[in-house]
Ligand binder design. Structure first.
Ligand SMILES: NC(=O)C1=CN([C@@H]2O[C@H](COP(=O)(O)OP(=O)(O)OC[C@H]3O[C@@H](n4cnc5c(N)ncnc54)[C@H](OP(=O)(O)O)[C@@H]3O)[C@@H](O)[C@H]2O)C=CC1
Ligand SMILES: Nc1nc(=O)c2c([nH]1)NC[C@@H]1CN(c3ccc(C(=O)N[C@@H](CCC(=O)O)C(=O)O)cc3)C=[N+]21
Length: 299
């Protein structure tokens, strides 16, 4: 039976350390880390994430702003808000919740964020730093950063000789995750919707990362015995057993079946989700430390 990797517990440890770091920064320099979360529209799942980000920010002792804009907000209004946040010295981190409504060019919005405040790590400058190995000064996207910390807990910091398969090639998860695994010396393959015989490829993976968005797509017999399985997927599915109209969260991996083969596996919920939020807090503290000219703690 696989070991459950308790992301929520590790996330709580990181949040406690960030809180301590923020107190230290404030004591030494008077600087209070500030984060602005911007959400456009009323997607209920997005609102849940945004609310929990704001809650954690308060828990860390941050100054936290939440901007909720109407679905029909135009791009110019959003760009103007970001320009204001870029210029605001009390704000060190800016997160624009994705996806954005279709009438807004998400790429243009992301590239308008000051790279030094881009705590999501989506700006070209931060993407370029990550892929060229300038990780000391880059903001690393929160989900892959959190996934990497849990991978290190299971496998150590040096993944030399290990094979990693990442399913999914998004800019938010798959590609940066593959870069981080590569930087840690794993031998990395990225799979996607055009990959042939995904099951056979997955069976080669000592480390398997699923970031697809398809509930329980990865089957138990796709898992190499002893593999470390990182399930990034967050999928809400109907749960009639809980009552009419109820739903529950599942990952991209068939958790119960995967437990038979895996050495260690992250659960959903309670795995990568809480780690993502913890890393957002860590990145915001790092942004505030850099602004204040103080060394940022690393995790
Ligand atoms: N835990 C967390 O904090 C976070 C969780 N998530 C979750 O992670 C999942 C992925 O998110 P994200 O990367 O944004 O999603 P995207 O939809 O941007 O990317 C999904 C990727 O999966 C690939 N894919 C789709 N179907 C298949 C298939 N049948 N076989 C193999 N590959 C397939 C796609 O391939 P192609 O490129 O060819 O289309 C694409 O590369 C979602 O469940 C999301 O909710 C996301 C962000 C944070
Ligand atoms: N600019 C941007 N940055 C993001 O990081 C970003 C985004 N947009 N858009 C949406 C995705 C998704 N995402 C999650 C974060 C935390 C949980 C999380 O905490 N999940 C809990 C469960 C929460 C629940 O019960 O609903 C868990 O897995 O245990 C989930 C998903 C961040 N994303």
């Amino acid at each position: 039976m696989a070991e459950r990797i308790e992301g929520r517990k590790v996330a709580d440890e990181i949040v406690a350390a960030v809180k301590g770091g923020a107190e230290g920064l404030r004591g030494r320099t008077g600087v209070v880390p500030g984060i602005a979360v911007v959400i456009v529209g009323t997607d209920p799942a997005s609102q849940v994430y945004v609310a929990s980000k704001s809650r954690k920010a308060k828990e860390c002792g941050f100054h936290s702003l939440q901007h909720e804009l109407a679905e029909e907000t135009d791009e110019a209004t959003l760009l103007a808000l970001i320009a204001d946040l870029n210029a605001d010295p009390a704000i060190h981190g800016i997160l624009v919740q994705l996806p954005l409504p279709a009438h807004i060019d998400a790429g243009r919005v992301i590239q308008s964020i000051d790279p030094d405040k881009d705590v999501d790590g989506f700006h070209f400058i931060n993407v370029g730093k990550l892929s060229t190995g300038e990780t000391d000064s880059a903001f690393v996207p929160c989900t892959p950063a959190g996934s990497m910390i849990l991978t290190e807990r299971a496998r150590g910091r040096d993944l030399s000789g290990l094979t990693a398969v990442v399913i999914g090639r998004s800019n938010i998860v798959g590609k940066p995750m593959a870069n981080l695994l590569l930087a840690a010396n794993a031998t990395v393959t990225i799979a996607h919707s055009r990959t042939r015989d995904l099951a056979a490829l997955c069976r080669t993976a000592d480390i398997l990362v699923a970031a697809v968005g398809r509930p329980r797509m990865v089957k138990g017999d796709w898992i190499k015995p002893g593999a470390t399985v990182i399930d990034v997927g967050i999928n809400r599915i109907p749960a009639p057993e809980k009552g009419d109209g109820k739903s529950r969260l599942v990952g991209d991996v068939d958790f119960e079946a995967a437990c038979e083969n895996a050495g260690a596996i992250t659960p959903v919920p309670g795995g990568i989700g809480p780690m993502t939020i913890a890393m957002l807090m860590a990145n915001t503290l790092a942004a505030a430390c850099r602004r204040a000219g103080v060394a940022a703690p690393s995790f």
